[in-house]
Ligand binder design. Structure first.
Ligand code: WT7
Length: 641
């Protein structure tokens, strides 16, 4: 395959950008010509940001799996689509060619149908990083069911909330998952999530860990049995369901500044075009390269840059079940060496954690296959950037710092590897079609200033790109108020940013009450709600603080009725409660018991002060004159952990 829309020089980038702004419909229509459509569109784009209503390639029919699988079969059906590396290095790896993957996807699509799944039904997928996770996800897309993948680190309660919100009727899970030295009992978690659930009809269980599990008659079936049944019927292929370009492809839940996670909805056509376009251009993918994205498929990064982007480009995508430090901190480098990985896409938190082990784990590992390095999820500090550049890329590999969000579906700001300039800790330039603006608190556009090198503001976008979210599932008004109402006619990202004279962007972090812990997004309100559910907790306030490895750590101030003198145990109890309500990923790093929280006379918690104290600032806490009880601040300062 060749990609006529691959940008190969800085000049060509500038030209593509210009065209994409001057005539977006012609630009994206041109890119979209390179895909398999069952029917072409009537109109490339219709939109307004007030409702919001965004429609790309309206009237077109397609199935994303035909673009990810079928269209590659003739030219390279025997090329590897997926390489799977297990958690333990001594276990056998697996390889699925495009032909094999298509066959498995069709067969599992048939399994879903046999179990009653129909087009438009919501299927929740809660699995470890096994090849069957890719198969299950693509099989949903094949038959037009809407997948909702939930990351394995979420608790039963979180799953129950998501199942309810999506009105899901089916679940695909595993008995358990291996992650480093741990063994996570996925099916048990699902069983807990299903207590009191009335929508789920079938649970399909894939074996991985052989952990003992209960299988309920009539509800639970084995993945392997179901597949065998389909194989015995001789089914190796099913037709791909024709989908409208605007039909939902998937729901992915993400945290916001309010208590309840939102089900971000992506649509088939635009998402396909944009994830493919960005994969090919940002990473400068060349045919037959091996791409290793270390994210979990349970996050948007895995959806877009393990599955849909690379597969639609015909790449070899590496799925790694384990963690970077198991059995030792050389695991990533062993994998790069073993499979001759060409593109490595990981998170700053992983780089920082591996830096901590020194250069020993890199010794004797042949990393010369690497051509492009990428980072995503949080701002990358310069120290980590240089370490990645020097010791992993050996100064031979461009590093792409890719900024985007669950809601954006694909990368929006990034340098193009080796094509446009890189600048440590700057995401740099917007991709073609992406019209960023900075606004001040009042919503006025921030323009470049004579005599100053950078300007700063809240990061917004004034025009739709093909993979923008279409709605939040079941609640369109929530989508509007969350993203499109802060500033009229703009999509608000929730991030702050600086812009240089050259037009480069540097993301400074969230400006709302959302934390970024190890590249995972966690709403402070969600953590507070979970803490407040613990008996004895009167109230709490959660803020972020700088953390060497995680980027941000979670600091909780808790007003507790009576700890019975054992604060250590009470802390553990609170952590247990958070694990139970949200999952281990939301556990506070620090819990400080306080007798009260700093509040204004109207009862609003002054988080600014709490944030400063958590950051270690004791002197300049800003204006405290509006506080109801200024004394509480001194007490909190004295008790800081
Ligand atoms: C938030 C989105 C999209 C992939 C994974 C996270 C932060 C993401 C960068 C980057 C600085 C970044 C932002 C954004 N973020 N990439 N390259 N530089 N910050 O997806 O969970 O939806 O979180 O992650 O704050 O808003 P997400």
């Amino acid at each position: 395959m060749s990609y006529p829309y691959q940008i190969t020089s800085y000049e060509a980038y500038k030209e593509a950008y210009k065209q994409s702004i001057e005539n977006p419909e012609q630009f994206w229509g041109g890119v979209a010509e390179n895909f398999t459509w069952k029917k072409k569109w009537d109109k490339v784009l219709e939109w307004n940001f007030t409702e919001p209503k965004i429609e790309w390639f309206k009237g077109a029919k397609l199935n994303i799996t035909e673009n990810c699988l079928d269209r590659h079969i003739e030219a390279h059906g025997n090329a590897p689509a997926i390489i799977w590396e297990p958690n333990a290095p001594d276990e056998k790896n697996r390889l699925l060619t495009y032909k094999k993957l298509l066959e498995k996807v069709c067969q599992f699509g048939q399994v879903l149908k046999n179990n009653g799944v129909k087009k438009g039904d919501r299927v929740c997928i809660y699995m470890g990083m096994v090849p069957e996770l890719a198969v299950a996800t693509l099989a949903c897309a094949r038959i037009g069911a809407i997948h909702s993948v939930i990351f394995g680190g979420f608790s039963a309660q979180s799953i129950a909330d998501r199942l309810y919100d999506a009105q899901a009727e089916f679940i695909v899970t595993c008995d358990g998952a291996f992650r480093g030295a741990k063994d996570i009992p996925l099916k048990n978690v699902i069983d807990d999530a299903l207590i009191g659930n009335h929508t789920i009809k079938k649970v399909i269980v894939c074996t991985r860990t052989r952990t003992p599990i209960s299988m309920l008659k009539g509800r639970d079936v084995w993945y392997e049995d179901e597949m065998k049944h389909v194989e015995e019927q001789g089914i190796t292929f099913i037709e791909a369901e024709p989908m409208d370009a605007e039909d939902p492809l998937f729901i992915l839940y993400t945290s916001g500044s309010t208590g309840k996670p939102k089900g971000v909805v992506h649509a088939c056509g635009g998402y396909m075009v944009y994830t493919n376009y960005t994969f090919i251009n940002v990473f400068q993918y060349q045919p037959s390269q091996v791409h290793f994205c270390t994210a979990d498929i349970g996050w948007i990064t895995g959806h877009s840059y393990i599955l849909y982007g690379p597969l639609s480009a015909g790449a070899t995508s590496l799925i790694f079940e384990g963690v970077p430090t198991y059995p030792n901190a050389g695991r990533f480098w062993d994998i790069v060496d073993k499979y001759k990985v060409n593109i490595l896409y990981t998170a700053p938190t992983a780089i920082r954690s591996l830096m901590g082990f020194g250069l020993g784990p890199l010794q004797g590992k042949d990393l010369s296959s690497l051509k492009v390095l990428g980072t995503v999820g949080e701002p990358i500090n310069e120290e980590a950037w240089h370490w990645y550049d020097e010791y992993v890329g050996k100064k031979q590999c461009p590093i792409v710092d890719t900024w985007w969000q669950t809601e954006t579906g694909g990368i929006l700001i990034s340098n193009l590897a080796g094509i446009t300039p890189a600048k440590p800790s700057w995401a740099t330039l917007p991709l073609p079609g992406v019209q960023m603006v900075l606004v001040d608190e009042k919503g006025n556009e921030v323009l470049d200033e004579e005599g100053s090198d950078t300007v700063g503001g809240n990061l917004c976008i004034k025009f739709p790109w093909p993979s923008i979210l279409r709605t939040t599932y079941g609640d369109h008004e929530r989508c509007r108020t969350n993203y499109f109402a802060t500033y009229p006619n703009l999509y608000f990202t929730g991030d702050g940013a600086l812009r240089s004279k050259e037009g480069f962007y540097r993301i400074t972090g969230r400006v709302d009450d959302v934390l970024n812990v190890s590249g995972h997004r966690i709403g402070t309100a969600e953590v507070e709600n979970a803490i407040n559910m613990h008996s004895g907790v009167v109230e709490s306030a959660v803020v972020g603080y700088p953390h060497d490895i995680k980027g941000q750590g979670i600091y909780a101030y808790v007003v507790f009725g009576n700890t019975h003198g054992d604060e250590t145990l009470t802390r553990k109890d609170i952590l247990q409660t958070v694990t139970r309500i949200i999952g281990p990923i939301a556990k506070p790093d620090k819990i400080q018991f306080v007798s009260g929280l700093p509040k204004t006379r109207s009862g609003k918690i002054m988080r600014r002060i709490l944030r400063k104290i958590a950051e270690g600032e004791t002197e300049n806490l800003g204006d405290t004159s509006t506080l109801l009880d200024p004394g509480v601040v001194d007490e909190i300062k004295r008790g800081k952990i």
